[in-house]
Design a protein. Structure first.
Length: 133
């Protein structure tokens, strides 16, 4: 007699990054610059706020330009969204329990059914976003 064992499947993370945003002071000026620089047409969208999106495939890493009060252009870098499909709530709990870094933007839903995000400050002072589908 053969026994069938159920094996718990875990999601395999193929990419370290699943979304990025580049902050701007003037969204349209920045869009025109990147269109010129990359020789591509960027897509203008509104997901509760204006976005300019870089071309990407559904299975690839996407990103865009944003203009927000809580994000400013600087030489400190862009905001990178790290894949957190294994559990955003658990990641936030680990951050808070560790006493390292800080939660700078609490968990919130991304409009349009695009999952959930939170932003953290790492031990170096960088802001990094976590994304869960």
């Amino acid at each position: 007699m053969t026994e069938v064992m159920e094996v718990e499947q875990k999601a395999v993370h193929l990419d370290a990054v699943n979304w990025f945003e580049i902050p701007t002071n003037d969204l349209e000026r920045a869009a025109k610059f990147y269109e010129m620089l990359l020789d591509v047409k960027l897509r203008r969208e509104t997901f509760g706020e204006p976005y300019v999106l870089f071309p990407s495939s559904p299975a690839g890493v996407g990103g865009g330009l944003v203009q927000r009060d809580f994000q400013r252009p600087s030489d400190c870098g862009v905001l990178v969204y790290l894949n957190c499909d294994s559990g955003l709530d658990a990641a936030i709990a680990r951050l808070q329990a560790s006493g390292q870094g800080a939660l700078v933007l609490s968990k919130r839903e991304v409009p349009g059914g695009f999952g959930w995000i939170a932003c953290v400050r790492d031990t170096e002072g960088n802001h990094v976003a976590l994304h869960e589908h």
